[in-house]
Write a protein that binds this ligand. Structure first.
Ligand code: PFF
Length: 454
C-alpha cells in the first residue's frame, strides 16, 4: 500500500480543505441561487443546513478518510462491500462538474482580459455579456478550451503544489477585496432594499426546490458528497482535531459565500429596480452585475478592481479545477491500466467534449432545454441536486446503520477524547439527514413534474 503523505499541522489541513472548498461555488454559484430563490429565505435555509447537515456529513467524510486511509472508491468498499457502488457514484460527480466548471472558468478568463484591454463602460453595458456568450460560439468555446488546457497542463506537469501555494497566498486578498466591494455596494443609494431582500426571509418565496437548491449548493460549496473530503481526510493526522477543523472550514466557506452574495444580490436588485429580471439571471448573474458595480467606481478605480478581482477569481477557480481533474485522473488510473499521462489526456478529451454542450447551451443550442434549463444548469442540476443527495443519503445509511455512528465518533475522539457535538452528529446522520434528503428529493421531483404545487 502507498505511504500516504500527511498534513503536518492542523492549520495546513484546514487551509488545504478550505482551499478546495472555496471556489466558483462561493463566488459565482451561491449569489445567483440566493437571488433566484428568494434571497433571505435561501440564506436562512442554507445556514440551517450548513450547521446541521453540512457539519454531520463533513465530519463523517473526513473521519471515513482518516480511518480507512483510502479515497472514496476504496473507502466505501472497505467499510462495506455492498456500498462499493456509492464510491462509483461519488466518482461520477467530479467528472460531471469539471467540464462545466471549466466553461465558467473560461468566462472568468475572458473577463480578466477584457478588463485589462477594453474600456470599462463597454463591459458594464447590458449587452456585453449577452454578445459574448451568444455571439460567435467560437469565442466562449475558445476560452473554455484554454481553461481546460491550463488545468491539464498543470496536472500533467504535477506542478499544482506551486499553484496552490500562490493561490493560498492570494485567497486572503480575494476575501479582503470581496469585503471592500460588498461595502461599496451596500452603501450605494437605493441598495438598502436589495440588502433587505438578501437578508430577510420571506416565506412566500419558500418551496421544496428552495431546500433542494440550498442542499445541492451546500454539498457543492463544501466539496461534500463527491469524495473530495474523504481523500482530504485520508491525509489528515490523528492528532489534528477533526471537529474543530470542520467548524473552521465551514465558517470560512460560508463567510465567503455570504459576502459574495452581499456584493452581488443587492446590486442585482438595485440595477434592475427591484424587478425579478435582474434576480433571475442564473449562471450569468455575476458576469452581468459585477462590471456594472465596477463601472460605478469610475473608470480608473473600476478597471483596477475589475482586473484584480477576476485575476483572484481565476486563481480560486483553477485550484478547484485542478483538484477536480486530479480526482478524476486518479480514479481513471486506479480503474484502468492507463498511466498518468494517458489518463490525463483521456480526462482532458472527455472534459472538452462534455463541456461543449454547456457552452453552446447559451448559444446555438439554446433551444435544447431539458427540464426547462439551459444545458449548463442541467448538468449542474444532475450532479448537485440528484447524484449528490443520493450519495449523501447512502453515506448516512452506511454510517448510521452499518458501521454505526460510534465508529465515526471514536475516530473523532482519537485526538483528545472529546466530541462536543456528538449528540447532534448522531441524530443528524442516523435519522434527520437521511429522512430529510429522501423527503426533499421526493417532493422536488413531484414539484418538478407538476404533481404537487407548493
Ligand atoms: N467547492 C468548490 C467550490 O465551491 O467552488 C468546488 C469544488 C472544488 C468541488 C474542488 C470539488 C473540488 F474538488
Amino acid at each position: 500500500m502507498n505511504q500516504r503523505s500527511n498534513f503536518t499541522s492542523k492549520i495546513g489541513f484546514v487551509l488545504a480543505a478550505a482551499g478546495s472548498a472555496v471556489g466558483l461555488g462561493n463566488l459565482w454559484r451561491f449569489p445567483y441561487l440566493a437571488a433566484q430563490y428568494g434571497g433571505g429565505t435561501f440564506l436562512l435555509v442554507y445556514l440551517i443546513l450548513a450547521v446541521t447537515f453540512g457539519f454531520a456529513l463533513m465530519v463523517a467524510e473526513i473521519a471515513i478518510g482518516r480511518k480507512t486511509g483510502l479515497s472514496a472508491i476504496g473507502a466505501y468498499k472497505a467499510l462495506d462491500k455492498r456500498f462499493g457502488f456509492v464510491g462509483i457514484l461519488t466518482a461520477l460527480v467530479p467528472a460531471i462538474i469539471l467540464p462545466y466548471y471549466s466553461v465558467i472558468g473560461g468566462w472568468v478568463m475572458k473577463y480578466f482580459f477584457t478588463f485589462l484591454t477594453v474600456d470599462i463602460k463597454v463591459v458594464a453595458d447590458d449587452a456585453f455579456f449577452g454578445n459574448f456568450i451568444g455571439g460567435s460560439p467560437l469565442e466562449p468555446l475558445g476560452w473554455f478550451f484554454l481553461f481546460i488546457a491550463l488545468t491539464s497542463i498543470i496536472v500533467l506537469l504535477g506542478v499544482e503544489k506551486g499553484i496552490e501555494k500562490v493561490s493560498k497566498f492570494m485567497m486572503p486578498f480575494l476575501a479582503i477585496l470581496t469585503v471592500g466591494i460588498a461595502i461599496f455596494v451596500i452603501t450605494r443609494p437605493g441598495a438598502l432594499d436589495g440588502v433587505v431582500y438578501y437578508i430577510k426571509p420571506n416565506f412566500k418565496d419558500f418551496s421544496f426546490t428552495t431546500i433542494l437548491a440550498a442542499m445541492g449548493q451546500l454539498f457543492y460549496s463544501m466539496s461534500l458528497a463527491m469524495g473530495i473530503m474523504i481523500t482530504y481526510g485520508s491525509y489528515m493526522k490523528k492528532d489534528n482535531n477533526l471537529e474543530s477543523s470542520v467548524r473552521q472550514i465551514e465558517i470560512f466557506d460560508t463567510a465567503i459565500a455570504f459576502l459574495a452574495g452581499l456584493m452581488i444580490v443587492p446590486a442585482a436588485y438595485m440595477f434592475f429596480d427591484g424587478s425579478t429580471e435582474g434576480l433571475k439571471k442564473g449562471p450569468t448573474l455575476m458576469f452581468v452585475i459585477l462590471p456594472k458595480v465596477f463601472g460605478e467606481m469610475g473608470s480608473t478605480v473600476g478597471t483596477i478592481i475589475g482586473v484584480a478581482f477576476f485575476l483572484l477569481v481565476f486563481f480560486a477557480a483553477i485550484t478547484s479545477s485542478i483538484s477536480l481533474m486530479e480526482t478524476v485522473v486518479s480514479i481513471v488510473m486506479d480503474k484502468t491500466k492507463l498511466g498518468r499521462k494517458a489518463a490525463c489526456a483521456a480526462v482532458t478529451v472527455f472534459s472538452l467534449l462534455m463541456g461543449i454542450p454547456s457552452s453552446l447551451g447559451f448559444n446555438v443550442w439554446s433551444h435544447i432545454a431539458p427540464l426547462g434549463q439551459d444545458l449548463l444548469t442541467f448538468f449542474d442540476f444532475i450532479s448537485n441536486s440528484v447524484i449528490m443527495p443520493i450519495v449523501a443519503f447512502f453515506t448516512c445509511v452506511l454510517v448510521g446503520f452499518i458501521i454505526k455512528p460510534k465508529t465515526i465518533v471514536d475516530e473523532v475522539k482519537e485526538t483528545d477524547g472529546k466530541f462536543k457535538s456528538e449528540k447532534l452528529f448522531v441524530i443528524m446522520i442516523k435519522w434527520i439527514a437521511p429522512i430529510f434528503i429522501l423527503g426533499i428529493l421526493g417532493f422536488s421531483v413531484a414539484e418538478g413534474m407538476g404533481w404537487i404545487n407548493v
